[in-house]
Design a protein around this ligand. Sequence first.
Ligand SMILES: *Cc1c(COP(=O)(O)O)cnc(C)c1O
Length: 345
Amino acid sequence: MMNTEAVTPETLDWENLGFSYIKTDYRYVSYWKDGEWDEGELTRDNQVHISEGSTALHYGQSCFEGMKAYRAADGSINLFRPYENAERMKRSCERLLMPAFPVERFVEAVRETVEANEQWVPPYGTGSTLYIRPYMIGVGDNIGVRAAPEYLFAIFVTPVGPYFKGGLTPSDFVVTQYDRAAPYGTGASKVGGNYGGSLLPGTEAKKRNFSDAIYLDPATHTKIEEVGSANFFGITHDDKFITPKSPSILPSITKYSLMYLAEHRLGLTVEEGDVYVDQLDRFKEAGACGTAAVISPIGGIQYGDDFHVFYSETEVGPVTKRLYNELIGIQYGDIAAPENWVVKV
Ligand SMILES: *Cc1c(COP(=O)(O)O)cnc(C)c1O
């Protein structure tokens, strides 16, 4: 068993980090009670002590965010569009009848947490980042199906490498018969309940040597919605950037950023629309995108007995590669960012 306690910033092999939990020094916690958030504080305790009646444990009243801190070449630390995460978490909270954590305070708390764990932000050029996990859970004594009497908002951080093995090496995915969300359910919110149900299809996909499961739209099962816990994009033969549009997709900040960069930096036409799983021939390249996944090129997709290969199973396509370079160049501060995209810690 790995002894995570023994890991220190001095002994970490920054260039070979996986995507796993490493205990860092400080986490931020704030409690909501009697209609307001307390002032919040940093703590060294990585255990959460809550009532056995907490709604998060029984009724899935929990949501989270995923962000990263990037070490720039000059040693400073960048956050990428943190206000977007704050706003999205607010929407997730509203969907679950939880009190939102104020947007400005959210960004300030992220900043404080990263700063307190500064030694854990991987050095520039290692390909690793500090993953940031804000979350909120319903806590306090309760038994009936109702909104919790109290809430915990917290943020912890952990240094990570690539989410999918290989980074920019393409990997294969398989279309699952399971749904991750209902048409008017909680698919567009980053809520815990969406992910418990994805463990089985995800594990079945990995057992068959695929990186993850691809989910189709829950109403008709004809259109691609999500690639594991990342959004899908494809590049058509006439250089259009296409990504699915659906009310049950999680609106990826990375995806919206790529749409902007595809149009304004690469000169592509951008379209949100239907991506029929039996019409993959229209794409010369495809990828999965998200904070954790960054851009993970899709080599091929297994759909029933058909296996469709895009650009190549072993090499990233040129458009995907340009999008990737533009995105990470901005995140690490090597390329000029559109206004307000990069916030210094
Ligand atoms: C978090 C998440 C994404 C990616 O969103 P980003 O804002 O780009 O990190 C995509 N799909 C699902 C299901 C997610 O949970």
